[in-house]
Design a protein around this ligand. Sequence first.
Ligand code: GAR
Length: 210
Amino acid sequence: MRLVVLASGRGSNLEAIMETVKIGKLRAEIVSVVSDNANAKALEKAQSHGIPTKVLSIKNFQSRQDYDDALAKAIEDAGVDYVVLAGFMRVLGNGFVRRFRNRIINIHPSLLPAFPGVNAQAQALDYGVKVSGCTVHFVDEGMDTGPVIAQAAVSVYDNDTADSLTQRILVQEHKLLPNVLQMLSEERVEVSNRKVSIKRNNLNREDGGL
Ligand code: GAR
C-alpha cells in the first residue's frame, strides 16, 4: 500500500506510522510527506526516515483551486492508494475530495461528530464531557463529517488542561491510525451508504479502540 501523508505541524502521528512500518507491523510505503508549512517538524521527521518531502505553501498560489490542483498533482504523480491527513490543518476543496473519494483519511482528536474543527480538546473541556478520544474517518466535503472508520475513547478528568487531555488522546491516536492503515492495507474496510464496516475485526476494542 502506497501512502502520501499530509502534515502541518509536529508530526507525531506521522512518526507513529513510520515506526509501525519500520518494525514490520504495517505493510505500507510512505512515498511522500507533503506539508503546507515549511517549518513543520513533520518534514524533519520524514527526512530522518529517508522519506521525500514537499512543501506546498498556500501563499505561493493564486487561488485555493490552484492550491488543490497542485496538491492533487503531487499525489497523483506519486501514484498512491491513500492520502493520510495526519495533523493537516487545511480544509481540502470539494473537487479534491471528489477526486480521491474514500481514499483520504483523517485523524481528529475528538469522538466525532462531537467537537469538529480546531481545538477539539479545548472544546471538549469547555463542554464538560467526561469521555473524549479520537476518530479516524474518510474525508468528505464537510468539516470532519466523513464516514467514521474507528474511534478510541479516553477519560476526561476534572483537573485536565487542554495539554493533558491532548497528550492522553495522542497516546490513542498513535495506535489507532496505524491500526486503521493496517486494515486498509488488508482490504478489510468497506464503505456503503456512508457506513464503514470492518471485515474480520478481531482487535481488542479496549486496546487500540477498534
Ligand atoms: C493531532 O492531535 C490530530 O488529531 C490533530 O492535530 C494533531 C496533529 O499532531 N488534527 C486535527 O485537529 C485535525 N482537525 P501531530 O502533528 O503530532 O500528528
